[in-house]
Every structure is written in C-alpha cells, then in structure tokens.
Design a protein around this ligand. Sequence first.
Ligand SMILES: Cc1cc2nc3c(=O)[nH]c(=O)nc-3n(C[C@H](O)[C@H](O)[C@H](O)COP(=O)(O)OP(=O)(O)OC[C@H]3O[C@@H](n4cnc5c(N)ncnc54)[C@H](O)[C@@H]3O)c2cc1C
Length: 294
Amino acid sequence: MEVLRPATLAEALEARSARPEAFPIAGGTDVMVAVNFDRLRPEAFLDLSRLDELRGWHEEDGEVVLGAGLTFARIERELASLPALAQAARSVGSPQIRARGTIGGNLATASPAGDALPALAAYEADVVLGSAARGERRVSLREFLLGPKRTSLEPDELVLAVRFRSPHGPGSFSKVGTRNAMVIAVASLCLQLDEDARAVRVAMGSVGPTVLRATEAEAFAARALAEAGAFDAAAAPVPAATLREFGQLAGAAARPIDDVRGTAAYRRHAVEVLARRALSWALEGRPAGRRAAG
Ligand SMILES: Cc1cc2nc3c(=O)[nH]c(=O)nc-3n(C[C@H](O)[C@H](O)[C@H](O)COP(=O)(O)OP(=O)(O)OC[C@H]3O[C@@H](n4cnc5c(N)ncnc54)[C@H](O)[C@@H]3O)c2cc1C
C-alpha cells in the first residue's frame, strides 16, 4: 500500500486535492482498527503525523487554537488551564492511545462517543478546515458534526485546528462506562461555567447521534444561579431540588438509544446524575468571593 508522506501542510493539502483516494491518517488509532478488521482498504494513505503546522497549540486573538495533530497526551500534560478538556483527554484509551490519538482524528471520526467533543461543544468551539484550492474556512462544531461518523469536511479538505475563547470559570468532564479505564463512554457530560456571560454550558456525549447541548438545562441553571446570587458569591447555596431539576432537564435533552453498551433509560439516568454532580463540583470549585472581590 502506498503511503504519501508530505513534509509540510501545503504539500499535504496539495496531495489531498490531487490524490483524493489517499486516506488521511494522523495517529492511526481509529484508522488502523478499521484496517485490522478489514473494514477499510484504501489504495493509499496520506500521513499527517509529521506536519509541524498541525502539532501544537497556541493563543491568538484572545482564542485558544489547538492544531488538529495535537495529541491527547499533550492536552493532558499542557492544558491544565482547560480542566474539562484535560480531563476528557485523560479519559481517552490508554497512555499509548493518548500518545498517538489526536484531537483532529477525534473530530473527523465524529463518533457520538468521541471524548473531546463534549468539552469542545461546551467551549462553543469552531473547527478550521483547509483546502489547497479554497484556502481556510471556519465552521461551528454544530455545522461540522452532521451525525454519527458524518461531518461537513469536503473531500479535498483537512481539519487544520479547533479554536475557542478560553472559558472563565470552572468546568469538568465525566464519563460513565462499563469499567473505569480503556472504555468507550456509555454516557458523558461536560459542564462549563462561563462567569463572564453568567451562563452554564452543558454538552453530552454518547446519548444522541452526535454531541448534544442541553439548552433548557443550561438556561434553568443560569437563572437559578443568578437568583441564588451564586455568580457573585461562591458561598451562595443552591438547593438540592434545583440540582435535581437541572439533572432532569439534562436527561430530557438526551436522545439515547439502546445498544450493546447500555439501554436508553440507563443512559438518560446516567446523564441526570452526571449533570447534577457536575453542577455541584462547579459551584464547589469556584474561589470564594472571586466575583464579589471584583
Ligand atoms: C484501544 C482504543 C481506545 C480508544 N479509546 C478512546 C476513548 O476512550 N475515547 C475516545 O474518544 N476515543 C477513543 N479511541 C478512538 C481514537 O483513539 C480517537 O478517536 C482519536 O482521537 C483518533 O485520533 P487519531 O489521530 O488516531 O485518528 P486517525 O485514526 O489517524 O484518524 C481518524 C479519522 O480522522 C481522519 N483524520 C485524522 N486527522 C485528520 C485531519 N487533520 N483532517 C482530516 N481528517 C483527519 C482520518 O482520515 C480518519 O477518518 C480509542 C481507540 C482505541 C484503538
């Protein structure tokens, strides 16, 4: 099998246009599973793993920019300032998978269970796509993820990066699986407090065709926290009934199915519990009097 090995991003984009039959491969942790199970036999591979332009991350114009080739191991190590994403990265596979697996591969695979996706949805991230003929375009995550394993990536495009404003406030990612490690999520949830916008963002994985936002739960929580004065004083208590209702609204936003990993009812219940816990953690995790002190 032929393997194209471009040395630069420009060469990779040219090759993507000129050789559409060459299948992009980054870390190979999804692709090689498909090859090993004989579900994929491309005529050629387009190896993206050597492209320095895709490998790193930086900040630009007030946004965090993560290159498509950034591995989960580096996210885990270097991006503790984005706890929800770092926690999601830490929950992916094993150290070996995290050393190879990339955020671009997670996006392009578009699995409903992709662990990076809930954090990126809660950060309201955009995906940057590039082609040799048309240059770069930027689409929202919602426009990029069309359904299970379906994206709006054009045949001559590559994922270049994902970018978002770094949220100001606590956040977390949690996932339920059939065991504690090396597991595909049966349900996952990211909750991110946005203290500047006085908003709560909730995104759920493995409970729908693609990552879902729980918008009613978000609006309910933002109202409840504002009424409790919780955006101004970390100590303001949020009643247990509020947490319960928040969890139920998150569960109601799920669109789960029964499959070998869990029933729809179990997944909905899991989301309710994860949402409730995530909101309590976010409130506990806020530095006392941060807003009140200005
Ligand atoms: C044992 C094991 C455990 C795993 N555990 C988890 C887990 O816990 N959570 C989880 O989310 N995933 C898990 N995965 C899946 C996989 O590791 C992730 O989806 C990972 O992010 C894939 O990245 P990659 O770089 O290896 O992608 P690859 O396998 O190289 O590619 C995946 C897909 O993305 C495309 N692609 C890659 N980069 C680009 C690009 N820049 N532009 C356009 N298309 C591109 C490829 O053509 C292919 O279609 C696991 C896999 C294995 C084998």
